[in-house]
Design a protein around this ligand. Structure first.
Ligand SMILES: C[S@@+](CC[C@H](N)C(=O)[O-])C[C@H]1O[C@@H](n2cnc3c(N)ncnc32)[C@H](O)[C@@H]1O
Length: 229
């Protein structure tokens, strides 16, 4: 379920991808969205997951630091831009916590966390989140920091995904591809939406098949002292 009136940068076709992915998140678990803006994608996650899933929504919500504005429709008279939403006045496109809360007021499973990702969330426990959706900053070093940080927070078998896998956001494309090839993972892409499935039992040596298959490493017997290097 989604609300096309909420301003933002999420075309209807991607809201439909969110709906499908949200349905796969196990009941009673947790998901994180980084970059919630006015709540367009957050509303869709929150209304499409099982109601027992907690949706943590992270954003700086700082009108002085985040300047881009979506190309919204103003007022009721003109046909709506279905990719960016509709507002009755331009204050409703300010990236403020107030606007986010107003647009998601009937989403009881959302917890809004104001702060800069990943720095302000560095004590977040590892392997504790079923799905992370990255839609904060799309250029490096910020995007890369988010990708590496939040992947470590995903449970084995969980999903990390994001928006803007497109030529206009080359850092998203190259950083995601490099990350996946480094760790032996596969990037799935649908339109501008990308997704990486974390293997059920993630072992860093799985990512290094050539080394692991050579006899460079031998199992260390339990209790044996680690040789000094
Ligand atoms: C492209 S918009 C998100 C669009 C939103 N998902 C939607 O459905 O419309 C990017 C958002 O990332 C936020 N942002 C920028 N830097 C951030 C950071 N370091 N941590 C968290 N959010 C950040 C901005 O304030 C902005 O609201």
């Amino acid at each position: 379920m989604y609300n096309l009136d909420i301003p933002g940068w999420m075309p209807e076709c991607q809201l439909q991808v969110i709906e499908k992915l949200a349905a796969k998140i196990p009941p009673e678990s947790v998901m994180v969205e980084v970059g919630s803006y006015c709540g367009r994608s957050a509303y869709c996650w929150a209304k499409s997951v099982d109601p027992s899933v907690t949706v943590y929504c992270i954003d700086i919500w700082d009108i002085h630091r985040y300047k881009p504005r979506p190309n919204v429709t103003l007022g009721d008279d003109t046909p709506m831009d279905r990719d960016h939403g509709r507002v009755s006045n331009l204050e409703q496109v300010h990236p403020s916590l107030e606007n986010f809360k107003a647009n998601t007021r009937d989403c009881h499973n959302i917890v809004a966390l104001q702060g800069a990702s990943p720095h302000d969330f560095r004590s977040w426990p590892d392997q504790s989140v079923s799905l992370v959706f990255l839609d904060g900053l799309h250029s490096n070093p910020w995007y890369q920091n988010d990708l590496y940080f939040w992947y470590s927070k995903v449970v084995p078998g969980g999903i990390i995904c994001g928006d803007d896998y497109s030529s206009g956001h080359s850092d998203v494309v190259w950083t995601t591809q490099n990350f996946a090839s480094l760790f032996g993972l596969t990037v799935l892409v649908h339109e501008r939406f990308w997704l990486i499935h974390k293997p059920p039992a993630w072992d860093p040596f799985d990512a290094l098949p050539n080394i692991a298959e050579s006899n460079w490493f031998e199992p260390v017997a339990a209790g044996r002292a680690r040789p000094s290097l």
